[in-house]
Design a protein around this ligand. Structure first.
Ligand SMILES: [Zn+2]
Ligand SMILES: [Zn+2]
Length: 389
């Protein structure tokens, strides 16, 4: 992919990894292209029929494929997207077709249909009331992991499910999807008992035992990983018609995008691009030039082999009505709220701060890795099994 993941120089206690260029690039060059592990449309677009629920492509009027019944009112741009969505997570979470291959089903599907229907209805109502893309994204990731594990147990190992793993990121080769997700950094996130209970019921009703793949702690970490790593998908500068959130700024969900989350069409979790650090003077930017959730990382200025690649997680431009100090403060507050760190990029350091900034309310960097990685990578003696550090 022209890039590699390397440990960040300096503070090795944080176990931070960065993305480094493996060759030279000119401004405007595409450094790599990457498909998301999972992407979801913004809630106001889901059910509208204007965008594909799988690849997020804009669909011309009358051209959408509309499933006979779909709890989320999903529509698709193509049969290919419909099948991928169904296999990856839609059927397990929101459908009633067998979750096991025919040779293993043994009439299970007929037995479970009523309970599945009930559990899915309750969970869907919860998701719709929540209106937060991260919760659907988390459920879809869990479903994908479960589906991959289920496929491994079945005789049909090389079947369609395994083939649906993303290409080019090593997934399904050296590591499984779960290993990749385990390596991602995260910040603290809250998850309600109610949400976990409802998702567990959806899984258990489909195949007893699947609910064991979720615990309160694991799901909170997954939501924290989505909060920290999800990237906003914006087409051509983003849209202007996204409904304004009535939440407090501290509670709003944020995704990494230089256009600002308020302009996105949806968001996704990308394995390689998750390693892009933020800079207010970034060396690259994510574009969605194919009109889908496929991310093109494009160089914003000449890059040399070995240089760190960075993107802006927030809108780092200076707006017309802002002074340089106001623009600096706005982007740093956004970063502190969304990603829990005080930016120390070259631009922030060169622009003299106005007085003390203690009111940013975060430590230097509150993101972290899972305890299990800390032990593997640093060989520290294991402490209490909190999983958090
Ligand atoms: Zn599509
Ligand atoms: Zn900065």
């Amino acid at each position: 992919m022209n890039v590699s993941v390397k440990p960040a120089p300096g503070d090795n206690r944080s176990l931070k990894n960065i993305l480094v260029a493996e060759k030279d690039f000119e401004a405007g060059d595409i450094i790599y292209k990457e498909h998301p592990i999972v992407a979801v449309l913004d809630a106001d677009l889901q059910g509208k029929g204007s965008h594909c629920s799988h690849c997020l492509r804009h669909i011309q009027k009358g051209m959408a494929i509309t499933p006979e019944s779909d709890r989320l009112d999903s529509v698709y741009c193509s049969e290919d997207c419909q099948v991928k969505d169904k296999v990856q997570s839609q059927n397990l979470l929101f459908g009633l077709e067998p979750v096991l291959p025919p040779e293993m089903d043994n009439g299970l599907n007929e037995l479970t249909k009523r309970d599945r229907n009930q559990a899915q209805e309750t969970f869907t109502a919860f998701l719709k009331a929540q209106n937060k893309p991260s919760h659907l994204l988390a459920a879809r990731i869990v479903a994908r992991q479960v589906t991959i594990e289920t496929a491994k147990m079945s005789a049909n190992k090389g079947g369609p499910v395994v083939a649906e793993l993303p290409e080019g990121s090593g997934v399904g080769e050296q590591y499984g999807l779960s290993d990749h997700i385990e390596r991602l950094r995260f910040i603290n996130a809250n998850v309600s008992d109610e949400e976990i209970k409802k998702l567990c019921e959806v899984l258990a009703s489909a195949l007893p035992g699947l609910e064991k793949s979720i615990t309160d702690e694991r799901h909170a970490i997954l939501l924290g990983k989505i909060a920290y790593n999800a990237i906003g998908i914006c087409y051509a500068g983003g849209r202007d018609d996204r409904p304004v959130s009535d939440e407090r700024p501290e509670d709003m969900e944020r995704t990494r995008t230089p256009h600002g989350t308020s302009r996105q069409t949806g968001c996704g979790l990308y394995l390689v691009s998750s390693y892009l650090a933020h800079s207010c003077a970034p060396s690259a930017r994510p574009l969605f030039n194919s009109g889908t959730s496929e991310l093109h990382l494009v160089a914003t200025h000449p890059i040399k082999k070995g240089d760190e690649l960075t993107m802006a997680y927030v809108d780092v431009s200076q707006h017309a009505e802002e002074t340089p100090e106001e623009a600096r403060r706005r982007r740093r507050v956004e970063l502190a709220r969304g990603w829990k760190f005080k930016c120390e990029c070259s631009r922030c350091l060169s622009e003299t701060p106005e007085g003390a900034e203690s009111e940013l309310g975060v430590e230097k960097d509150e993101s972290k890795v899972e305890e299990v990685l800390r032990h593997t990578l640093v060989g520290e003696p294991s402490g209490p099994p909190t999983g958090l550090e």
